[in-house]
Design a protein around this ligand. Structure first.
Ligand SMILES: Cc1cc2nc3c(=O)[nH]c(=O)nc-3n(C[C@H](O)[C@H](O)[C@H](O)COP(=O)(O)OP(=O)(O)OC[C@H]3O[C@@H](n4cnc5c(N)ncnc54)[C@H](O)[C@@H]3O)c2cc1C
Ligand code: FES
Length: 268
């Protein structure tokens, strides 16, 4: 439960009120795509924040933070050289082994791209293990698009299909406008041999799941990352508990058919 002290190396503005922190780590801090750390802003508090960097570079921990309240504001406001507290990594991540040999459809909304980014790095680093890879990403507006340069470089590859859409365009935007879930029906993948990784606001995940099921993807091959308020992150305090499930320990990534009922609840 005791956080260790970690040093912030860099801070980058990602979008309105969204910042990415690069944090120095012990070389041993390996993590699985989809896991999270508990980050402490000293004197303010602690928050669960997903790892958003490349799992192949475990010496550097990357977190992308949206300012919504006191802890996220303090974490996003740190400067290079500042110290923060860190516990983790925690939780069950994306099913990278189960995805092998299958088409992989990744559906992300807003900040939901952050926990999916390590999975995308892994998929592309081990490209030959997977079938088609499709990334569908929706942001509120062009200036809300995360990891823009990386998306551009991935777009130049021929072995991943990427569609980016915004809810509201500006005059410079030449891309798609509309909700990301409508792109699922048009995406080129084999629904009977696919695995879907979904992360975003819960309403977006509900629509994404409905569209995936309509397309023929089985419930047991749809995975989503759930966010619930967390305190201990080790299955001890019960804050994130739903029936026999602890989101911190058994999730945050779950197979859809196992958490259907939980998805209907706004907060525990
Ligand atoms: C597994 C997991 C991974 C997460 N990954 C990220 C991440 O990568 N980047 C990021 O910016 N945030 C992430 N979060 C959410 C983050 O933990 C909260 O935004 C943070 O704790 C808010 O603390 P605060 O003091 O800034 O705001 P608070 O004052 O605590 O909350 C501000 C508002 O946000 C709501 N809120 C707080 N925590 C949550 C939550 N967990 N789920 C839904 N609503 C919440 C509150 O109800 C309130 O309306 C993650 C949460 C979980 C559980
Ligand atoms: S946060 Fe304490 S049990 Fe999950």
């Amino acid at each position: 439960m005791t956080p260790r002290v970690a040093r912030v190396l860099r801070r980058r503005r990602e979008g309105p009120a969204i910042w990415t922190l690069e944090i120095e780590s012990e070389a041993t801090h390996a993590f699985a795509p989809g896991q999270f750390n508990m980050l402490t802003a000293f004197g303010v508090g602690e928050a669960a924040i997903s790892l958003s960097g490349d799992p192949g570079k475990s010496g550097l921990l990357i977190h992308t933070i949206r300012v919504v309240g006191p802890v996220s504001a303090a974490l996003a406001g740190v400067r290079p050289g500042d110290a923060i507290g860190l516990r983790g990594p925690f939780g069950a991540g994306w099913p990278m082994t189960a995805a092998e040999g299958r088409d992989v459809i990744v559906v992300a909304g807003g900040l939901g791209l952050a926990p999916l980014r390590p999975a995308l790095h892994r998929l592309l680093a081990e490209r030959s293990r997977y079938g088609k890879i499709v990334l569908l990403y929706g942001a509120r507006s062009p200036r809300d698009i995360l990891f823009r340069r990386e998306l551009e470089s991935w777009r130049r590859r021929l072995d991943i299909d990427i569609e980016v859409t915004v809810d509201h365009a500006d005059s410079d935007w030449r891309g798609h406008v509309g909700v990301v879930t409508t792109f699922i029906a048009r995406a080129a993948f084999d629904p009977f041999h696919a695995i879907a990784l979904v992360c975003g606001p819960e309403v977006m995940m509900r629509f994404a799941i409905a569209a995936l099921r309509d397309a023929g993807v089985a419930d047991k091959t749809i995975y989503l990352s759930m966010e619930r308020n967390m305190k201990c992150a080790i299955g001890f305090c019960g804050h994130c508990q739903f029936g026999t499930v602890f989101v911190c320990r058994d999730g945050p990534v779950f197979r859809y058919d196992r958490v259907r009922a939980m998805l209907a609840l706004k907060e525990l």
